[in-house]
Design a protein around this ligand. Structure first.
Ligand code: B12
Ligand code: SF4
Length: 659
């Protein structure tokens, strides 16, 4: 049984017939969209596909943004039993194209549709789908493929996206999947109602979160994090458990997360900084929107406190609430500007099927008739950039115009977000380096380091900033940095000239639509060893190395001894499975076991703890044999090692039965 997961095909975007904001990037498409060359940029994959592929047993392939030709090539090259396609409403028409290619070039494959686009009705989706997933995808796929139930937490994929400023890579972000859905149930929210206002904790405990972040950081000490979980900090018990582990470990994380005012108000901002939070996405929405999540600390106080600690805020505001008029929107916008967020997003209050807002406006017959010409046209408009509901005070043009005005004014008024961020680093540096708390002082110095690394952006900012005021502000900020962190070296001066050239080059690439589309990324899971051809095509091995523990098992002829050899990756899940098996063997009456550890590439605390528990629980029947010499990953098992003479004399074969 083989499974292919593929995203919709590139190229996508307004120039290719999609909605104005549709693309591969979050910031550039939906947040800093008015900031042109100053927008930080990062391509985002459809992460759900890697997440699911890693957690099913069947061999699978993930294609991220293939062209039509590349998808057809993959369909022809391998015989897939199932093809999974994720989509959202705005890409419904793209899903149809991808499915048509599957039907034509791999007619025997069963098509599975998943993602938030499946809020569309069965009637609409049935022509394209053999199966529809409207729930958490791993459990669904395992059920569909007849694989046994797997409890949470699942294996976590290693997905890093690179952030670029002026086309130059500046940081790497590890994506963390901590939860799905949200209990807050705001009336317009697709994800909350998709999961029926339940919060599914993909990483149920603070320990689970800590383990995943640590694994990323062990591979790349500089990596930063984005946690995908709708209101990450609402579950205080989990967050505080995570914080305790962070403090004990002495690690410093930099985490961007989604958090409501209500959730944030449960903590002091110092606690948030200790936990590693350096950015939060807050729904500012509107001053009279009245959502429960907006209850908590007064906004001006909370935002000022966050700024002082160097924590960036991405604030999202809604345009098109019934109580709003252009005047009220401007008032609310000015209130938002006073809070000085690093980033702003402005979306139009839009009805998505499955939400209470949709139910209400359809019942009241308020969907704009021109949007409803065809169902597909309506879906294509579900981007947050189209006015879809008849408004008591504003026309469609007015609402969409106000949204554009907000994006532009934000840029003109507060300047490029990259410089707002540098300013926050400076505030964090100034405030935290004076703290009594050594952890926070260390954090302050890290912010100082980030600000110093940003020297190269200033020349471009001073020359190309959006207006005189912004350019003067950038120049003043630069002076402040030089005074606090030191004058630029000759190398830094030279680099800032290169920064300017990179900014100009970025403008050219945008103008001629060059380098604006990602290349295909292919990942294979449980596919067997990569061959030269696969490497030639640039396929990634990440998935092939899915955590697994290889176990060889045999029985010696000497007095009922049995042995098991272990190689590979000893993490919580694989160790738990292995220990179950060991227990079963012991229950069958085998007298004594030798557990021989071979080449263990990685072990985590949960894995080591399971082995400890199993060995201790076996009451002397399991003897542990570790490789000679210091093996850092296995140090946690040192206390179990058995160096007795009887084991040394035991002749264990090199080869065993591969299981
Ligand atoms: C990352 C992200 C992006 C990225 C990546 C593209 C993508 N669609 O994933 C980028 C930045 C490119 C993006 C763009 C857009 N996005 Co977006 N995006 C998200 C975001 C923030 C996270 C999704 C994610 O990766 N979660 C983590 C994974 C593990 O969870 P998951 O996706 O829910 O997947 C689980 C299940 O849903 C299910 N599942 C999902 N897909 C599949 C597929 C199969 C085959 C199966 C079996 C199961 C399955 O299994 C998974 C594991 O349990 C969500 C909001 C959110 N918090 O979820 C919005 C969201 C999906 N985006 C949305 C929108 C509207 C857009 C844009 C149209 C915005 C715009 N104005 O242009 C564009 C469209 C462009 C595009 N390429 O799709 C909406 C969709 C609403 C809807 N009902 O249609 C959401 C829900 C935001 C919102 N709250 O409104 N987005
Ligand atoms: S708090 Fe955010 S994620 Fe939760 S329901 Fe409201 S809008 Fe949706």
């Amino acid at each position: 049984m083989k499974v292919l997961f593929t995203t919709i095909c590139r190229p996508i975007g307004p120039k290719h017939g999609d909605g104005a904001s549709v693309g591969y990037e979050l910031l550039y498409g939906q947040v800093t969209r008015a900031q042109g060359i100053f927008s930080p940029r990062a391509v985002h994959h459809h992460f759900s596909l890697n997440y699911i592929a890693l957690n099913i047993d069947a061999p699978s392939t993930v294609l991220q943004y293939p062209s039509k030709r590349e998808l057809v090539r993959e369909l022809r090259r391998n015989r897939y039993d199932y093809v999974g396609v994720p989509f959202i409403l705005a890409t419904f028409h793209r899903m149809k194209q991808a499915v048509a290619l599957v039907r034509k070039h791999s007619p025997h494959s069963k098509v599975i549709l998943g993602g938030y686009g499946t809020v569309a009705s069965d009637e609409e989706l049935k022509p394209y789908a053999d199966h529809i997933c409207r729930e958490e995808g791993v459990a669904f796929m395992r059920r569909l493929l007849g694989e046994p139930f797997r409890p949470l937490p699942y294996e976590h994929p290693h997905i890093v996206s690179t952030l670029k400023v002026f086309s130059v890579p500046v940081s790497r972000t590890g994506m963390i999947f901590a939860g799905l859905g949200c209990a807050n149930g705001c009336d317009f929210c697709s994800t909350s109602h998709f999961f029926k206002r339940r919060h599914i904790r993909l990483l149920p405990t603070g320990q689970d979160i800590f383990d995943v972040l640590s694994r990323y950081q062990d591979k790349d000490p500089e990596v930063q994090f984005t946690v995908l979980d709708e209101d990450f900090l609402l579950n205080k018990k989990r967050a505080m458990e995570f914080r305790d582990l962070v403090l004990q470990s002495g690690r410093q994380f930099n985490i961007f997360a989604f958090a409501s005012i209500r959730a944030l108000s449960q903590y002091s901002v110092s606690e948030l900084a200790e936990l590693g939070i350096d950015g939060v996405w807050i729904g500012y929405e509107g001053t009279r929107s009245g959502y429960g999540k907006q209850q908590g600390r007064p906004l001006d106080e909370l935002f000022a406190d966050l700024r002082k600690h160097g924590i960036q805020v991405l604030a999202s505001m809604i345009v098109g609430f019934e109580y709003q008029t252009p005047g009220i929107i401007k008032q609310e916008f000015r209130g938002l500007m006073r809070l000085r967020p690093a980033y702003c997003q402005f979306l139009i209050y839009g009805p998505t099927p499955g939400t209470p807002f949709y139910e209400r406006v359809t019942a009241e017959g308020k969907l704009r008739p021109e949007i409803l010409v065809t169902r597909e046209h309506y879906y294509k408009s579900c981007t947050g950039f189209n006015s879809m509901v008849v408004h008591p005070a504003m026309t469609r043009e007015q609402i969409e115009g106000m949204q554009r005005w907000c994006f532009n004014e934000d840029f003109q008024h507060l300047g490029p977000s990259v410089f707002r961020t540098i300013r926050l680093w400076m505030s964090g540096y100034d405030y935290l380096t004076r703290s009594d708390n050594p952890r926070l002082r260390e954090r302050g110095h890290l912010f100082g380091k980030c600000a110093r690394n940003a020297y190269l952006a200033f020349l471009a900012g001073k020359l190309l900033g959006p207006n005189r005021r912004a350019r003067r502000y950038i120049a003043a900020l630069e002076k402040r940095l030089h005074a606090r962190l030191g004058k630029p070296t000759l190398k830094e001066r030279a680099l800032s000239v290169l920064g300017l050239l990179a900014a100009l080059w970025t403008q050219i690439t945008i103008n001629i639509d060059y380098f604006q589309h990602p290349r295909l990324k292919t990942m294979r899971y449980r596919w067997g060893p990569r061959n030269g051809l696969m490497r030639f095509w640039g396929e990634s091995e990440e998935g092939v190395a899915a955590p697994e523990l290889r176990v060889t098992y045999g029985k010696t002829r000497v007095q009922g001894w049995a042995w098991m050899s272990l190689d590979g990756i000893l993490d919580g899940k694989t160790a738990a499975e292995f220990c179950q098996r060991l227990k079963a063997e012991l229950a069958q009456g085998t007298e004594r076991f030798v557990l021989r550890f071979g080449r263990i590439d990685r072990a985590d605390e949960a894995g080591l703890a399971s082995v400890h528990q199993a060995v201790r629980g076996a009451q002397g029947r399991v003897h542990v044999l570790l490789p000679k010499g210091p093996i850092p990953v296995l140090e946690g098992l040192r206390s179990l090692a058995d160096d007795s003479e009887s084991l040394k004399d035991l002749k264990l074969p090199d080869q065993g039965v591969r299981s």
